[in-house]
Design a protein around this ligand. Structure first.
Ligand code: LMR
Length: 331
């Protein structure tokens, strides 16, 4: 039942005071925007199962996928207000509250997911980013991978920067992502994930960037003709909760949830890349795209050169220290 949502920790305290029967479950609503057959969709289900197991049924995790409850523009506020207790927005979307979180959006900033992991584990990057969440009633619990983004377009193949010229691309709400497309001569259109398919279908936008699992599970490849495997940017998630809710949980329950999260995070780390790869095979097997192009080294260098200006543009907003820390990892 959804009746106890948000009151779980309080009802527990109530039972200690003898004012309640004490057998209500603590409800954790977990809202996200993607399909279930994706790294985040699978991870949320796994967390639900493990959390209920490790708390011996004292917690009822309710996962709401596919923007059923909130779309990505609303979910941060919903967690802040404890209307949902957990969410895992793309780091890009956390930048709405904290511009520093857009560090993961910089074009070609990370050569692979290991580099992202190293960044998240470092005190000067991950430590700094997680600790600022507390200023806004949020607590960062973990980082979940999706993977690297690829480009799709309806008009023609994307080989060189010139091919972006004048095309409208959907972006997540992130100023760095907007700047990336502007640097390529394209027109960025910020839009919630739930609206992308119909915007592509109706030609409101010409193209988009996303991971293979997001492209496949939302059928973007059915309303696009060309895809370039570019791995130009990273997409991962900040698993967040409401800090007062989390701190109000009974200690043993919280420990059970942490154990469930650790295990889930490890699973995502080991399987996200495989899931994305499998989705590439499914996209190929569907045969709806006219061409799937792998970015060549020469093209990659041209894209990097064209988008390099973004680093300079956001020095102030994101912070030179943070940018330098990420650049240092690249070497
Ligand atoms: C998007 O909006 O494209 C992604 O953030 C969706 C997601 O959560 O993976």
């Amino acid at each position: 039942s959804g009746l106890m949502a948000g009151c779980g920790a309080r009802s527990e305290q109530g039972s200690e005071n003898g004012t309640k029967a004490g057998n209500e479950k603590i409800v954790i609503k977990f809202s996200h925007v993607v399909a279930e057959n994706t790294p985040k969709g699978q991870a949320a289900i796994m967390f639900e199962e493990l959390a209920e197991k490790y708390t011996e049924g004292r917690v009822d995790v309710q996962v709401f996928p596919n923007s059923q409850l909130y779309n990505d523009d609303e979910v941060l506020a919903a967690v802040q207000q404890n209307n949902v207790q957990m969410a895992a927005p793309a780091t890009s979307k956390v930048s709405k509250l904290f511009p520093q979180w857009t560090i993961f959006d910089f074009p070609f900033a990370f050569p692979d997911t290991d580099a992202v992991q190293t960044a998240m584990e470092s005190e000067e990057i991950g430590g700094k980013l997680f600790s600022m969440l507390k200023e806004q009633q949020l607590l960062g619990l973990a980082m979940w991978d999706n993977g690297f983004k690829q480009m799709t377009l309806d008009e023609h193949p994307l080989y060189m920067p010139e091919d972006f010229k004048g095309q409208k691309f959907r972006v997540m709400s992130s100023r760095v992502l907007e700047a990336q497309f502007k640097a390529l001569g394209a027109n960025p259109v910020p839009m919630p994930f739930s609206e992308v398919y119909s915007a592509l279908e109706q030609g409101v936008i010409d193209g988009q960037e996303n991971t293979l699992s997001n492209i496949y599970s939302k059928k973007f490849h059915e309303v696009q003709k060309y895809m370039t495997i570019s791995n130009h940017g990273y997409l991962g998630y900040a698993v967040i909760t409401n800090s007062a809710f989390w701190e109000g949980l009974p200690t043993d329950v919280r420990e059970g949830l942490e154990k469930a999260l650790d295990e889930t995070t490890r699973w995502v780390r080991e399987n996200a890349q495989r899931l994305n790869q499998e989705n590439l095979e499914k996209i190929k097997a569907d045969g709806t795209l006219v061409e799937i192009h792998e970015l060549t080294q020469e093209e990659k260098e041209a894209w990097m050169k064209a988008t390099d200006v973004v680093y300079e543009q956001f020095k102030e907003e994101v912070g030179e220290d943070l940018i330098n820390a990420v650049m240092a990892l690249r070497k």
